[in-house]
Design a protein around this ligand. Structure first.
Ligand SMILES: [Zn+2]
Length: 275
């Protein structure tokens, strides 16, 4: 999965570092595209020496520090292009994609929170922690992560496979955001019912995954069908939903997503279910 970059490690503790000339600098344009060069499939990012604008510390990978460019100075550099997050996902190494997704999540939060939601004053960076603070009314804003579930619904030796109506074109599982006032297990049952009309039981946690592309924390669950598993697909959300036998499951082109790992696990091993 995207976050599995061992022996490297993402260190996300916040420090109020100043950027040095050899630290890396992540630059996103107003549409959230990342500025990068390419060297044999590896992303090449700008460095601190490339800018005169402000930068905020994001995280480190091992001993390498990454910063985010803030401010409105537009940057162009020969040999570098702006790539959408989706393009970057297909183009660069897994470690680079994790860096880009995580940087994007933080960029999106900084970018969407320039002004106080209470009084409209421009927000300042808080020095002691990862937060934005309003100098006028004291309102403090922390980074937001959206919890969402990925659900592998099992019926004997088949898995409930879906395809989204728009966006990602490959096979997927039922997925959806937690709504206010429910547990993740309730999200699982509600999303499967809403998208496919199927009732589920024996909901069990599998693994989780940070997914900065959509500012998510994805939480994977397997569960068993309850009843005959007749599908009534929500055509606003999906263009395909069906029970697919293990041997017929077509995986995604790479193994970055929790969804793909769950499909792969079921395809290769099956999973014990109630019988
Ligand atoms: Zn305010």
């Amino acid at each position: 999965m995207i976050q599995d970059i061992y022996p490297s490690k993402l260190r996300n503790e916040y420090f109020n570092y100043d950027i040095k000339e050899n630290d890396y600098l992540l630059v996103f344009d107003k549409d959230g595209k990342i500025l990068a060069g390419e060297d044999e499939g590896k992303a090449v990012f700008l460095k601190g020496k490339d800018i005169s604008d402000d930068a905020v510390y994001l995280f480190s990978v091992d001993e390498t520090k990454f910063f985010l460019k803030i401010g409105n100075q537009e940057i162009r550099k020969e040999g570098y292009d702006y790539y959408s997050i989706r393009d970057a996902r297909d183009r660069f190494s897994k470690k680079d994609v994790f860096i880009i997704f995580t940087g994007y999540h933080l960029w999106k939060w900084y970018s969407d929170n320039q002004f106080c939601g209470k009084c409209g004053h421009r927000l300042d960076l808080k020095e002691s922690e990862r937060a934005l603070v309003c100098p006028e009314c004291g309102n403090t804003i922390y980074p937001r992560i959206n919890p969402a579930v990925i659900v592998g619904v099992i019926k004997g030796d088949s898995l409930l496979i879906t395809k989204y109506r728009t966006g990602f074109a490959h096979n997927a599982l039922v997925a959806g955001f937690a709504e206010i006032g429910e547990t993740l297990e309730e999200t699982v049952a509600r999303e499967v019912m809403e998208e496919t009309g199927v009732s589920v039981k024996n909901i069990r946690y599998y693994k989780s995954q940070p997914w900065g592309m959509a500012q998510d924390l994805l939480v994977g669950f397997f569960c068993d069908v309850d009843g005959d598993g007749q599908i009534h697909m929500d055509e606003n959300e999906l263009k395909y939903a069906d029970w697919v036998k293990r041997e017929d499951i077509v995986l995604q082109p790479n193994n970055l997503s929790l969804t793909n790992e769950m499909m792969k696990l079921f395809k290769e091993n099956g999973l014990s279910h109630e019988e």
